[in-house]
Write a protein that binds this ligand. Structure first.
Ligand code: ATP
Ligand code: MG
Length: 879
């Protein structure tokens, strides 16, 4: 075999299939679109699902791709087996109802033996148990040695995923060394022992499995093949594992250089080196596709991978952060095919750096908490950290469990592992329950998403807002229907429509739909998975028939407001780049008739000056009255002209570019004003963080902005009138008032204190004797039980021997306390009994111990007579 670099192998494969009339498509983003069943793209066919199911028409019946993939399920294999990474590239050739088994097998064989010159003796093939058709092709048409073909069961050689398209597959394996295999059992053993490596999987999608488990033959079967590019390179370059192929080796060498570790000398060290080499690839590509570290979903996968890589760096003895440097290696190795990496390299490294710094802080915090736990355990004379606490460290503080174990071990302690596992299991169950139920096509697909691919709707709304068209489909309660009657709600699809369906962050249009015999309202307009526009309609009068002709009329005022906000969003992005720098990328946007919301990448909050500057820039360019124009062009032309594109968007060949004079150029399918001057005015309402590294601006335009300013100025006028000052003095005046209030509050506090202490003095001076026992008593207004108690303590100290009973009418409610010195308790005094009596007089209850008791009642007015009553009880108690 000729020794080829990974980038050359990729080209060879794709060119081979281009020569077999396949259309080469770029890799899709790692973030799935319209597919809730997947967190991350994990195979070449995953982003092509709608073509397989017929929901969308493919741009060609034969397609070939090299697709970025992430499989977190393989994480525990990484570094341990020779063939697994969390990130890898999958080569694939696909047929959507075009060629089938014969071509797929013959071309695979041709590619291996003719293009790559792989020796046939090192190849093994597996097929599904009863797939005689595949067997016949391999043996009789290709001429493959039948002794090296094995039939395996459903688990290995049948591809299915819930219901939907499925079928048998044929896998091609490569043996690194000469090996004889005599049976399927021996084959499986050799695979488990890593002696042979699965390289290519050819899936023959020939059935459609229904919900009852029946396999129905597909009229147009499909081909889906997948071959790991790194595995193919491992074979071609004759290296022991994927980590030692040219591109990955250069990252691996960089890991060794930074850490000073030597590769190939110690098993554990090697595993750490390989884990870092793999994870940094996932990390770099995920961030490049717009994913940011967070605590859920994809963001959490990214965070976990980054933390794991960082921790293995620590294990190798690396001090401080290092992953951003490695990211650069990944970019250098992959930038030729994945061109998006280049423009995003600074951004990617910044995100990596910030997250790794944060993780280092996490480790430091975790160690402090762990030290507290250890102290607790040692004080109790135990030797085990509870499952609960170790899980809390791991889950809440993100502290790696191995590190916990390591530190405990140093102190002769251990973790309650079963307890930890139990917590982990509970957590997983919680996560599983939270996830959407899903099937092959993603969760809960509705009929509107399944509109047949030959039904077409044309959008005419760039030019006009009213037009007539024929109704093609009516859907009522998720069923196709023939008519929509007065009072009913349904989905209507027309041949053409001026209504914009919600897309690209722009809200859908609303308006009217009518004919001679029908009147209805279009509440909302949306696009389904395959981009067809549908209207959500409420029938007001008459009857709408499928096949009838209707007039569709977009609400003009609302549309105009939406257009103003959308064009302003483009101008804002340009202004933000000017004020903050070229790292600003759109990460989301939302535009409706009221306001616009723009999310963008920026590491820190904007200062008030920056906000003002951006706002002014937008307004200046509004006033320049730029013409807004749109052009259709190829994606290459658009990019060459400097048009901004969305981070992880997949664009068609022909794209629409919206330009605001020379100021802004952006790929966009939305509706816009004709001239920037129409926006009138732009006003930023807020700037805040929404996720780490993502900021959000909310702003308004046109009459909404004018109204906002009118409202604010009328508030100012009211204030001026109430405060009796000019607008410029309002702030000073309010500050002055605040100071005054603080001053008065203090004054009131000190007066209250004076009143109570003079009252306290009064009470002490007016102690009475009941059968020679000192009794101090008194009542207060609006003194709460706590203050009453501390007053009681003070009085008790002063009278040295005796009983204190105090009551308060506290905001309408009665409260009492009684306390007594030890000597008088011996004489029969019982505070509990005394306050109980007093409280019952004030409509309440209470009690307590002989030396101290408190009680309350609902009748605050009765406090004084209640105290008198208490005094008479005392007399009867004393012995
Ligand atoms: P394995 O059993 O080795 O994990 P698989 O059966 O999961 O492989 P498929 O789902 O058939 O693999 O994927 C198609 C091809 O993608 C495989 O033949 C292999 O070349 C490649 N591949 C799959 N998983 C990985 C991985 N984790 N790292 C690198 N390549 C992979
Ligand atoms: Mg696998």
């Amino acid at each position: 075999m000729e020794n080829l670099g990974l980038n050359q192998i990729r080209r060879k494969y794709l060119e081979f299939f281009e020569s077999k009339q396949h259309l080469l498509l770029d890799s899709y983003s790692l973030v799935p679109k319209n597919d809730k069943s997947l967190l991350l793209i994990n195979a070449g066919m995953a982003p092509l699902k709608p073509y397989f199911t017929g929901l969308m028409v493919p741009p060609s019946k034969r397609v070939t791709t090299c697709q970025k993939c992430i499989r977190t399920g393989d994480i525990d294999n990484v570094g341990k087996t020779s063939r697994h990474g969390t990130f890898f590239e999958m080569l694939g050739n696909f047929s959507f109802g075009d060629y089938f088994k014969k071509e797929a097998i013959t071309w695979a064989y041709e590619f291996f033996t003719k293009e790559i010159n792989m020796p046939e003796e090192s190849l093994f093939v597996t097929i599904y148990l009863d797939d005689d058709e595949a067997y016949d092709i391999w043996v009789n048409q290709v001429g493959f040695n039948k002794d090296r073909i094995f039939r395996l069961g459903k688990e290995d050689n049948f591809w299915e995923h819930g219901s939907g398209p499925c079928g048998p597959c044929s896998e091609i394996h490569f043996a690194k060394e000469k090996i004889t295999i005599n049976s399927a059992e021996e084959f499986q053993k050799a695979a488990d022992e890593d002696k042979i490596i699965e390289v290519w999987n050819l899936v023959f999608t020939q059935f459609d499995k229904d919900d009852d488990g029946n396999y129905n033959k597909l009229k147009f079967p499909n081909i889906d093949t997948g071959m790991g590019l790194e595995r193919l390179a491992t074979v071609i370059q004759d290296v022991p594992n994927i980590f030692e192929i040219d591109t990955m080796k250069s990252i691996l060498n960089q890991v060794c250089k930074i850490s000073g570790a030597c590769y190939g000398q110690n098993k554990e060290t090697d595993v750490s080196i390989r884990i870092i080499t793999d994870h940094i690839r996932s990390i770099t590509f995920m961030i490049s596709d717009g994913i940011l570290p967070s605590n859920e979903g994809r963001g959490y996968v990214l965070r976990r991978l980054l933390r794991r890589a960082s921790r293995h760096g620590r294990l190798l003895g690396i001090k401080g952060i290092f992953l951003d440097k490695l990211s650069q290696s990944v970019i250098d190795n992959s930038k030729d095919y994945y061109k998006e990496l280049l423009g995003r390299s600074d951004y990617i490294k910044k995100v990596v750096r910030l997250e790794e710094e944060r993780f280092n802080q996490t480790i430091d915090t975790g160690i402090i908490i762990l030290m507290d736990y250890i102290k607790e355990i040692e004080e109790k004379g135990e030797d085990t950290l509870s499952g609960e606490n170790s899980f809390k460290l791991y889950d809440t503080y993100g502290f790696p469990i191995e590190l916990t174990e390591e530190i405990l071990e140093e102190k002769g302690l251990k973790i309650d592992k079963p307890g930890f596992n139990k917590e982990m299991k509970l957590q997983k169950e919680r996560a599983r329950n939270a996830r959407n139920k899903s099937n092959y096509m993603g969760a809960d697909i509705s009929l509107a998403d399944m509109i047949p691919s030959d039904v077409n709707t044309v959008f005419t709304g760039y030019e006009n807002i009213q037009s007539s068209s024929r109704v093609i489909l009516i859907i009522k309660d998720d069923e196709y229907a023939e008519e929509l009657n007065q009072g009913e709600k349904g989905i209507i699809i027309t041949e053409s429509t001026p209504f914009y369906g919600e897309m690209g962050g722009q809200i859908g249009d609303s308006g009217l739909i009518y004919s001679n015999s029908f009147n209805g309202i279009i509440i909302d307009t949306k696009k389904n998975i395959s981009g067809k526009t549908y209207h959500i309609v409420e029938a007001k009068e008459g009857k709408l028939l499928s096949d009838g002709v209707v007039t569709l009329q977009v609400s003009e005022e609302r549309r105009n407001s939406i257009c103003k906000n959308h064009t302003a969003t483009h101008m804002l992005q340009e202004a933000l780049i000017e004020v903050l720098g070229s790292h600003v990328h759109q990460s989301g946007s939302y535009v409706d008739e009221f306001k616009l919301r723009f999310d963008f990448t920026n590491m820190s909050p904007m200062t008030p000056e920056e906000i003002k500057k951006a706002e002014n820039l937008v307004n200046q360019n509004i006033m320049k009255a730029y013409k807004v124009s749109t052009e259709e062009m190829s994606l290459e032309e658009a990019k060459a002209s400097g048009a901004m594109a969305l981070f992880d968007e997949k664009y068609k060949d022909k794209v629409r570019v919206v330009s605001v004079g020379n100021y802004s150029r952006e790929l966009c399918g939305g509706t816009h004003v004709n001239n920037s001057g129409e926006i009138g005015l732009f006003k930023i309402l807020s700037e805040q963080g929404v996720a780490s590294g993502i900021r959000r601006i909310e702003a308004i335009t046109g009459f909404n902005a004018i109204k906002h300013i009118e409202d604010t100025s009328s508030i100012i006028k009211d204030l001026q009138r109430d405060l009796k000052c000019t607008d410029k003095d309002i702030t000073a005046k309010v500050k002055q008032m605040e100071q005054n209030i603080k001053f008065y509050e203090k004054e009131i506090e000190s007066l209250k204190l004076k009143i109570t202490s003079s009252k306290e003095k009064d009470i002490v001076e007016n102690v009475i004797k009941i059968k020679d026992i000192n009794v101090a008593h008194g009542t207060f207004k609006d003194t709460d039980i706590n203050l009453l108690r501390s007053l009681g303590d003070k009085i008790k100290d002063k009278i040295k021997s005796g009983l204190v009973i105090l009551g308060s009418n506290n905001e309408g409610k009665a409260v009492f306390i009684a306390m007594a010195t030890k000597d008088v308790i011996g004489r029969g005094i019982h505070c509990g009994k005394i306050v109980k009596e007093a409280a019952s007089f004030a409509g309440g209850n209470g009690g307590g111990k002989p030396d101290m008791a408190q009680a309350g009642g609902k009748d605050g007015e009765m406090v004084e007579s209640a105290i008198d009553k208490a005094l008479s009880i005392i007399e009867s108690l004393v012995k």
